[in-house]
Design a protein around this ligand. Structure first.
Ligand code: FUL
Length: 474
C-alpha cells in the first residue's frame, strides 16, 4: 500500500515533469541562468547598506585598526529605528559592515580582541548583529553581512594562518544570526604577498552555512560589483560574465566589464550598484548638509534598477547609533517621488498585438503575458525568431514619460538591441522615443512626455527568441 502511494507520487512527478517539457513550444533555456536564490535577490531590487563602526566616531573612512575600541560607544543605538526607516523607504533588506577594514567586530567575536566586547558600549555586553538581525526579522526585512577580509588590526593578517582565521570568523557570523540573504566581500586588501586569500575556502564556508546567500564580490559568484561607487550600471548590462582567471580585488576584471557584464558569459553574475547617500560611507557631521538630492537619487535609481542592476544604498547611522533625521526624511521624499511616478501603469489597459507568436494554439506565452503584471508569464515568438515586435493599443491617447521593460530571465538574458516608438497622433507615422541594447530583468527609460494611442517595441537583436514579460508606461 505504502509502496503504491510512493510509486504513484513518483509517477505524478514524472508526468508533471514530462508534460512541462513536452513539445508545446516551451522555450529552451538560453546561456547561463540565474539560480532560485539569485531570482529572489533580483526581485529585491533596492536595499540598505549600513556602514557603522569606530570610523563613525573618528571621522575616518578607512580606520587604521589601531583605534582604541573604547571609541565605539553609540549613546542611543536603535536598530529598530534603522529597520523601520529602511522598510518605510521601500527597501527590502539591510547589509551591515559587521567588520570593516579596521578589523573592529560589531559582535563579540571569539576570533578577535578588537570587538564590541572590548568597547565601552553597554559595558562590553552589546551585540549589534544580534540587535539588527532580530529587528530585521521583526519587520520582515532580509539581513545581509559585509565582512572585510582585509583586517588592519588582526595580528595574523597577511600570514598563512589568516585564511583559516577569516573563515572561522565568517562561520561564526553565518551561524549565529539566522538567515543571511547576501554575503558581501570587499575587494580592498593589504599586503597579500606572503599568503593570498583563499576565496574557495571563503565561498565554501558561505555555501555550507548559508546555502541560499548570494555571494557578492568583484567576480561574484552570486552577484558582482558594478565597477564604480556612484550607483550606475552600464546602459548595456548583461547579467552574464566570464570570470575565468579573475579574482576579487587587485585581479578583478576591468571596470568596464564589471559595469556592462559580458554577452554570452558562461556564469550568471548580475550587477549590484552600491552608493552612499552622503559623500562618504561612514557618518560624519561634516556631511550632514551634503545628502544626495531626490533628483540625484532618482537618477541613480534609473541608472541602477533601471539598468538591470540592484541598488544598494548606504545610509550611515550617526554617533548616537541612529539614522539622522535628514537622511531619513530624504529617503521618504525619494520614496514619495517613486510612488507618485509609478502610481498608474498605463500599459495595464492596453490591448497587445504581436508580429509573431508561438504556434500550436498554445495559451501559454500569450501576448497578454507582457502586460498582466505577473512575473511568470511572457510572450514568446516562434522558435526560429530572434527579432519580433509588439504593439500596445489604447482606446484613447495616453501620455507618459517612463517606459519599463523586462525579460523572463529564468530562461536566460537574450535581448541585445531594441527600439521603442509611438505612433504620431498627427499622421500615424512611427516616431522613435527610446532605444537600447540589453533589457534583462528590468530596463527603464525616462524621456520627454509622449502622447499617443499606439506604442511599439521592436526587438532588433537577440541570442534566442526574446521572452518579454513586462512592459509598463507611466
Ligand atoms: C570599498 C571600501 O574600501 C569602502 O570603505 C566601502 O566599504 C565600500 C563599500 O567598499 O571597497
Amino acid at each position: 500500500m505504502e509502496n503504491k502511494i510512493v510509486s504513484g507520487t513518483i509517477g505524478f512527478i514524472f508526468f508533471v515533469f514530462v508534460s512541462s517539457c513536452s513539445p508545446d513550444g516551451h522555450p529552451e533555456p538560453y546561456g547561463a541562468l540565474p539560480s532560485g536564490a539569485q531570482m529572489e535577490w533580483q526581485h529585491m531590487a533596492y536595499y540598505m547598506f549600513v556602514h557603522f563602526g569606530p570610523n563613525t566616531f573618528t571621522d575616518m573612512e578607512w580606520g587604521s585598526g589601531l583605534e582604541d575600541p573604547a571609541v565605539f560607544n553609540p549613546s542611543e543605538l536603535d536598530c529598530l529605528q534603522w529597520v523601520a526607516t529602511a522598510k518605510a523607504a521601500g527597501m527590502k533588506g539591510i547589509i551591515i559592515t559587521a567588520k570593516h577594514h579596521d578589523g573592529f567586530c560589531l559582535w563579540p567575536s571569539r576570533f578577535s580582541d578588537h570587538t564590541v566586547a572590548q568597547s565601552t558600549w553597554l559595558e562590553g555586553r552589546g551585540d549589534v548583529l544580534k540587535e539588527l538581525s532580530s529587528a530585521c526579522r521583526e519587520y520582515g526585512l532580509k539581513f545581509g553581512i559585509y565582512l572585510s577580509p582585509w583586517d588592519r588590526n588582526h595580528p595574523g593578517y597577511g600570514t598563512a594562518a589568516y585564511n583559516r582565521i577569516f573563515a572561522s570568523t565568517l562561520e561564526e557570523v553565518l551561524t549565529s544570526y539566522g538567515p543571511v540573504f547576501e554575503q558581501w566581500f570587499d575587494g580592498a586588501c593589504g599586503d597579500l604577498s606572503v599568503s593570498p586569500y583563499d576565496w574557495d575556502l571563503f565561498n565554501r564556508t558561505v555555501r555550507e552555512h548559508q546555502p541560499q546567500a548570494v555571494i557578492f564580490s568583484d567576480v561574484g559568484p552570486g552577484c558582482r560589483w558594478v565597477g564604480n561607487e556612484t550607483g550606475y550600471a552600464g546602459e548595456t548590462n548583461w547579467s552574464t560574465m566570464d570570470t575565468s582567471g579573475y579574482s576579487p580585488g587587485k585581479h578583478a576584471p576591468p571596470f568596464g566589464i564589471l559595469n556592462s557584464g559580458q554577452r554570452g558569459g558562461p556564469y550568471w553574475i548580475p550587477a549590484e550598484a552600491d552608493v552612499s547617500i552622503r559623500p562618504g560611507w561612514f557618518y560624519s557631521p561634516a556631511t550632514d548638509d551634503q545628502l544626495k538630492t531626490v533628483d540625484q537619487l532618482m537618477d541613480i535609481y534609473f541608472g541602477s534598477v533601471g539598468r538591470n542592476a540592484n541598488l544598494l544604498l548606504n545610509v550611515p547611522p550617526d554617533r548616537r547609533g541612529r539614522i539622522p533625521a535628514g537622511d531619513s526624511i530624504r529617503l521618504m521624499e525619494f520614496k514619495e517621488r517613486r510612488d507618485s511616478l509609478f502610481s498608474v501603469n498605463l500599459a495595464g489597459n492596453a490591448r497587445v498585438t504581436v508580429s509573431n507568436q508561438q504556434g500550436g494554439g498554445s495559451r501559454k506565452f500569450r501576448p497578454a503575458g507582457i502586460t498582466d503584471n505577473d512575473d511568470r508569464t511572457y510572450w514568446k515568438p516562434a522558435d526560429d525568431r530572434t527579432t519580433a515586435s509588439f504593439t500596445l493599443h489604447f482606446d484613447r491617447p495616453v501620455t507618459f514619460s517612463v517606459l519599463s521593460l523586462g525579460e523572463y530571465i529564468p530562461l536566460g538574458q537574450r535581448v541585445a538591441r531594441f527600439i521603442a516608438e509611438y505612433s504620431d497622433p498627427e499622421d500615424g507615422k512611427w516616431q522613435l522615443f527610446a532605444r537600447g541594447t540589453t533589457i534583462g530583468y528590468r530596463r527603464m527609460f525616462r524621456f520627454r512626455q509622449v502622447t499617443s494611442e499606439k506604442v511599439r517595441i521592436s526587438i532588433l537583436e537577440a541570442g534566442a527568441p526574446p521572452l518579454i514579460n513586462r512592459v509598463e508606461l507611466y
